[in-house]
Design a protein. Sequence first.
Length: 363
Amino acid sequence: MQTVKVDLGDRSYPIFIGADLLKDDSILAPYLGTSRTVVITNEVVAPLYLETVEDLLGKQFSSAIILPDGEETKSLDTISRIYDHLLEGKYDRKTGLVALGGGVIGDITGFAAATYQRGVNFIQIPTTLLAQVDSSVGGKTGVNHALGKNMIGSFYQPRCVIADTEVLGSLPEREVKAGLAEVLKYGLINNAEFFNWLAANSESILALDHELVSEVVRVCCEAKAAIVAQDEKEAGVRALLNLGHTFGHAIETVTGYGAWLHGETVAIGMVMAADLSRRLSWLSLADAQRIRRVIEENFGMPVVPPADITVEQYLDLMSSDKKAELGKIRFILLKAIGEAVIEGDVESELLESTLTAGSQLCL
């Protein structure tokens, strides 16, 4: 087992990484508190791991909330359903919540924990690669709105994160690839060596080689922990973690939550960011082409955005993005592989060229 610390003073917490961690109750015990614990999961994960987590919690397990699977579940209606369960069961402020699932479950559970009786403890047990390398770490919680993704939420840190890499073997290939989009992001923003290593080992990583996947999770968690320790609430450097997300969130919102996996739209968004960086003469054509090639060919991810999204739709949604300031879009772009920057001044003609490039992005 490996341990990565997210250093936030008295709110610091560990990320435990390794195989079969859900079989070791000694890991979780110090973070449970003394009251009842409610597990929040979904109808896909529950048959696979809920009983294991019940055994892990022992006598402190009280009940489970099993939600529908999918991004469309990430709503205020779902949060209200969780409140109903907790209030009807007379759960108090010492109650603990456990998020057992992917990014959607983690975000929902974290937001419920942040807001129920003004805050109760919660623990993240991420069961997807995307959640283990990214969304379970750093305290971003929340739900979607019809007019924008993740527009309602809170920064609220878990007590600990348990990333059991053994559970990744139950993921469909599409989910594995979606998680690897967030993995590649870490290489692109500030670690060219990691990006190159991922490209060289793509076949084994896609096959979920245990040693390589554990290394992937560790490197990503260490990178995110370092950034979150510097900038917990995204006033500066943490915005770099949104590479690909400004474009990607717009695609998710226009096409309807659930039509694309989050990681798939991030993959497309990173190619769009690379294309715009090339048009700004920041990123070389060779690097832009390599980014597209690694995402598309090495990892089999989509790189072409839906053809029916208009420039106007992109601009409307991106100007409402959480990173925008006074309606001005702030982009995360690339000066090189491994060097990301935040930029708010982009010529409209160049941006429109990227938004309409379609299958010609980065070519």
